[in-house]
Write a protein that binds this ligand. Sequence first.
Ligand SMILES: *Cc1c(COP(=O)(O)O)cnc(C)c1O
Length: 378
Amino acid sequence: MHQLSYKRPTWAEISLSSLVDNYHAIQRRLPSGSQVMAIVKADAYGHGGIECAQALDSNGAPWFGVALIEEAIVLREAGITKPILCLGGFWGGQAEYLVNYNLTTSINRIAAAELLNAEASKAGKRVDYHLKIDTGLGRLGVSYNEIHEFALELKRFDHINLTGVMTHFADADGEDRDYTLLQNSRFNEAVTILRNLGFNPKWRHCNNSAGVYAFPEFEGNLVRTGGAMYGLKDAMATESDNSDLKPVMSLRSRIIMMKEWPAGVSIGYGCTFTTNRTSRIASIPIGYADGMRRAFSNNSYVLVQGRPAPIVGRVSMDLTTIDVTDIPEARIGDEVVIIGEQNGAYISAEEVAKRIDSISYEITCGITYRVPRIFLTS
Ligand SMILES: *Cc1c(COP(=O)(O)O)cnc(C)c1O
């Protein structure tokens, strides 16, 4: 974005020190010999992919994980030389980028292995990949009961190396632990089958954030954590003690207009809110094009002077209106907190997400390019 956006009275603060502290907190929970793959897909869940990856890189993160090849290329171009896994695999025409940028992909299908092998052979290289196994998520990955056949087919490719094997849990945050235990045992069986066929996957990984906190004992030497690193806890089991994690992002704006209205005046598009008393209504320059969800209309609140100010009327593309009648000292220029801490009061991404039947991940990922990220290092 243009430099001018840095003067915008709407911004997200990203605490890189909290990010790094969370990374260390996760690392401390792992059995010895196991390491963190820092998941930085979707611009690090909206926190700023390059800056977060660089902070984690210089604090020892050995692996990075993204969803898309394009996300991996952005990191390579920003100077990240550590291994990067493209979790979502690749599509025809993209294999050459995996080879040229030295990226690791997951493989789900023989056709993909075929393409990667051909591209690697053309470049005269051997390329690593991780085999993804579907043990019960029902999404990507080779079905756990077809591993034997699949692995036999993999043997014919001589320019690609199976260096990792992975699976992804459906319900590691669920109350019922049995499904995750079942997935894990299918995963362990698949690893045994691969070994018996002569494969020797150096990296074995199944846990995500929820898994690390609920099933720290699972076999493997990598965990793929995103949410926990960003201090987002609502995709974790409620009973897991995750008090070692701190929030990383706060989202802030300022009051740019303030009006006093009598009772009976309607505010915003659709006339969905009418004042029922003499009211002071403030406008803040953040709207749904910034990631201020329209579903917050008449349904959530922000902080002003450390106190709750309800969002009234519809959130529009660029602006939101809030009721500051009960905060008489509120003035134009005052900071408004949408997510984060102010004068000892706190609104979490988890809490605002809950109001619109979502999760914190969707809130932070949804904060758009218009909102400058300000990176704090202490
Ligand atoms: C996004 C993703 C993760 C990270 O999940 P968190 O809940 O954020 O820790 C791990 N593995 C895969 C395959 C993913 O797509």
